[in-house]
Write a protein that binds this ligand. Sequence first.
Ligand code: HEM
Length: 149
Amino acid sequence: MNFYQILKSAHSGWRYIVFALLVIAVINALSGWLGKKAYTEGNRKLNVFTLISAHIQLLFGLGLYFISPLTKIASSEPIGRYWKMEHISMMILAIILITIGNSRSKKIADSVAKHKAVAIFFGLALVIIVGAIFMMVKADPSRTFFGVS
Ligand code: HEM
């Protein structure tokens, strides 16, 4: 196993951690916002772990961006365009939204407003990530929605 393969497997598997934490965080934030619940220490920790998991995925992704053969395919081909431009830009946008959502939740004092900020920003990030993975399956026939490589 070389460094590329290690990084690729790490990035491929880690997505499930990011995805699971993000889904749980969004569900909790929605129920806190709509159910007007208190913002607990547990909520805060879950949101921070989600943020950290996304930042770790960003590091794996950045490493891959420079060494993966896929980012060297011409942008005129859908697969090259996807890996060179679409994946990185959509995923970085999602990670920025998670970062903003978490930092807003820290600055706001009111519990329900904290939940609302997390629900909106993390929720948007989740939609973008799922969209980017759907686009991956379309642009790159060797990928599957749930495959790990
Ligand atoms: C939350 C953020 C992210 C998620 C959920 C995610 C998810 C994925 C998934 C599912 C794959 C395909 C793995 C497979 O088929 O086994 C992949 C591959 C890849 N990702 Fe990401 N990614 C994220 C962020 C990023 C970022 C920010 C970058 C670049 C800076 C990046 C660069 C790459 C590259 C270059 C590959 C292709 C690796 C290869 O097979 O050679 N990813 N990513």
